[in-house]
Ligand binder design. Structure first.
Ligand code: ADP
Ligand code: MG
Ligand code: ZN
Length: 635
């Protein structure tokens, strides 16, 4: 339910004006037709007219000097008309007619015909009317946008009063630590008296921090649902408008509203839109943002803890937030919302599978294994895509294969079977991908090859999918290096089999370079030493602040960094090249099969080496018997 009404639409005055204009135009048009019609008058030639006058058949002549039309009423009552030349006067026309005949005729000269009068009126007045109208219109719209500006100051916060669809903690799967922290907040909202008696200060602000899609908004709503209080939700960007000062007045308005509805929750989503550090803009700060932020700070200081308002905010960039927001008394509680681990992923999938018809043999554990790094929103998307696939094929329930395919779709984009790859491109892609897979397989630390595919997806022509068996928290130097090697697999395969590289490897090279650079400058994994070089604050360049002083090392060190990065890349490339040369025949076989089949599974790939999945796991030192048995059950 939006709290403020929208600014009222156009004022009736504008419409009236246009109605009037339309009526004037209509009348003029009518008049023109009416006058132009002149009854059933018959046209005669000028000579005929002169003859008629000479024969005394004409009773009345009226001349329209505007159009040089001569309207003639004959003695017998019939009407005719004719035209004279503009230069001639009536006397010139009737020069040959004897005076006495002319005297009998009633002559009338209309300097401007009715017709002409109307036309002249329209021609003269219409532009004025149009101009006046235009100005009126301009003024009106200026005014109405003024009005809008006035109601701008009202916050656009949406109120979820919870009568419709409440969210509870049970709707949030996993995120146990976050929920634990928030249970406290729910209790504050439910019975603030308890805490006030103890002399405890109720926290005013809770900042939810986590990557996009991890369920921050969901958690905030769940708190409101559990505490059964109104929930005002506004996005940080909604404070920022064209006019300076609007944001601040919106903040004021929002807090007024909240005070009337206390106890309640104010939720500022994406607070980094307004809460960025002040005075960091390139070429001067953004005044509007600063004012808004100042207002938030003022408001948060302004209300006492026992009013029962709790401000929750969410961000995925806590590093850019102004320190003033984070000090005690403001957003002093920070709740981290992490990407879900395997257990949580399974739980999230189950939550979103609750109201969907699932086949009996669905194994969510397997899906959770296949989705490392997925956020809650991604997992919801997986469930949804699977449901769409099943519905498309008119099936009654969602099958495991739907889910697996949905995972691939969400991860790599939908298959684009229609993408017109030429035969030559297809062959090259196959060798490229098999190159990645073989080099990866021949290293000691790369994740197992999960699938190789040369079906285009999204931007990629093909893909080799390495899938970790567990969620990774630590990476070793050798794992990074092996990853560089396998990234060069595609590049080296193209050189080995086609004699030259193609643009297809550019993304791989970029990734490899990034890994190598991080190894040197961030993780201290090379000769350069155990230092962090460059930006030590742990975040990317933020607006203007960091541009000036990111480099904390000398030119000499910079040269060494470049050398080390190059060395790492060269070594990785050498390993890849050697591996491919050694396995040339095998590689050719696999690539040719891949061209035919388009997809190779892990088992199919390992079969070329005479290995089973278990052996491969053992090689990689993965010992997870529990998971294995479930995996078998799924097949
Ligand atoms: P954000 O952290 O970006 O605010 P949202 O709260 O908007 O993320 O989450 C987006 C969607 O992802 C939610 O609507 C919900 O359906 C799903 N989701 C995210 N995390 C979870 C979770 N832990 N349990 C259940 N669903 C979740
Ligand atoms: Mg959100
Ligand atoms: Zn590649």
């Amino acid at each position: 339910m939006p709290i403020t009404s929208k600014p009222s639409g156009q004022k009736p005055g504008t419409n009236n004006f246009f109605a009037l204009l339309a009526i004037i135009l209509a009348i003029s048009a009518l008049a023109v037709i009416w006058n132009g019609g002149q009854g059933n008058a018959k046209k005669v030639s000028l000579n005929q007219f002169i003859e008629d006058v000479q024969n005394a058949k004409v009773a009345k002549i009226s001349v329209d000097t505007e159009s040089d039309r001569i309207n003639i009423t004959r003695v017998d009552g019939s009407e005719t008309y004719t035209f004279k030349e503009p230069s001639q006067s009536l006397d010139d026309v009737l020069a040959k007619v004897p005076e006495n005949l002319k005297n009998n005729i009633e002559t009338e000269v209309q300097p401007i015909s009715n017709n002409g009068l109307w036309l002249t009126l329209i021609i003269n007045i219409l532009p004025i009317l149009l101009i006046v109208g235009f100005f009126m219109f301009m003024m009106r719209s200026a005014q109405s946008s003024n009005n809008q500006a006035m109601s701008f100051g009202k916050s656009k916060a949406k109120l979820f009063d919870g009568t419709k669809k409440k969210t509870f903690f049970t709707d949030v799967a996993g995120a146990e630590e976050a929920k634990e922290e928030l249970v406290e907040i729910v209790d504050f909202l439910k019975s603030p008296g308890k805490y006030v008696q103890m002399g405890a200060k109720i926290p005013k602000g809770v900042l939810l921090v986590g990557s996009p899609g991890t369920g921050k908004t969901l958690l905030a709503r769940a708190v409101a649902g559990e505490a059964n209080v109104p929930f005002f939700s506004i996005s940080g960007s909604e404070f920022v408008e064209m006019f300076v000062g609007v944001g601040a007045s919106r903040v004021r308005d929002l807090f007024r509203k909240a005070q009337k509805n206390a106890p309640c929750i104010i939720f500022i989503d994406e607070i980094d839109a307004v809460g960025r550090q002040r005075g960091t803009g390139l070429g001067g700060g953004h005044d509007e943002r600063e004012q808004t932020l100042n207002q938030i700070l003022t408001e948060m200081d302004g209300f006492e803890g026992d009013t029962g308002i709790i401000v929750m905010a969410a961000t995925n960039r806590p590093d850019v937030l102004d320190p003033a927001l984070l000090r005690p008394g403001r957003f002093d509680r920070r709740v981290m919302v992490d990407l879900p681990d395997i257990k949580d992923r399974e739980a999230i999938l189950s939550v979103h599978g609750r109201n969907k018809p699932l086949e009996k043999d669905i194994n969510m554990t397997v899906i959770a294994q296949h989705t490392p790094g997925f956020s809650g929103a991604d997992l919801e998307n997986v469930m949804n895509e699977a449901a769409i696939m099943a519905a498309k094929e008119n099936r009654k329930s969602i099958a495991q294969d739907d889910l697996l395919e949905a995972v691939e779709k969400v991860m790599m984009g939908p298959e684009r079977k229609s993408r017109g790859l030429s035969e030559q491109e297809k062959i090259r892609t196959a060798y490229h991908e098999v190159g990645h897979a073989i080099v990866g397989h021949k290293t000691k630390n790369c994740d197992p090859v999960h699938k190789i595919s040369i079906v285009s997806r999204g931007m990629a022509l093909g893909v080799t999918w390495f899938l970790p068996e567990d969620d990774k928290h630590l990476y070793t130097r050798s794992k990074f290096f092996d990853e560089i090697c396998s990234l060069f697999g595609g590049y080296c395969a193209e050189i080995e089999f086609f004699g030259e590289m193609s643009t297809g490897a550019s993304n791989d090279l970029e990734k490899a370079t990034k890994i190598a650079t991080n190894m040197v400058t961030k993780y201290g994994m090379t000769q350069v030493g155990a230092v962090t070089l460059g930006d030590t604050s742990g975040h990317e360049i933020f607006l203007g602040r960091d541009l000036g002083h990111t480099k904390n090392y000398s030119e000499d060190t910079a040269r060494k960094v470049d050398e080390e990065v190059k060395k790492l890349l060269d070594e990785g490339k050498a390993f890849a090249s050697k591996t491919i040369k050694e396995n040339r025949d095998l590689m050719k076989r696999i690539a040719e099969d891949l061209i035919k089949k388009e997809n190779l599974s892990r088992a199919e790939f390992l079969a070329y080496f005479g290995e089973t999945e278990e052996q491969d796991d053992a090689r990689l030192g993965i010992h997870t018997p529990k998971k294995k048995s479930k995996k078998k059950a799924a097949k």
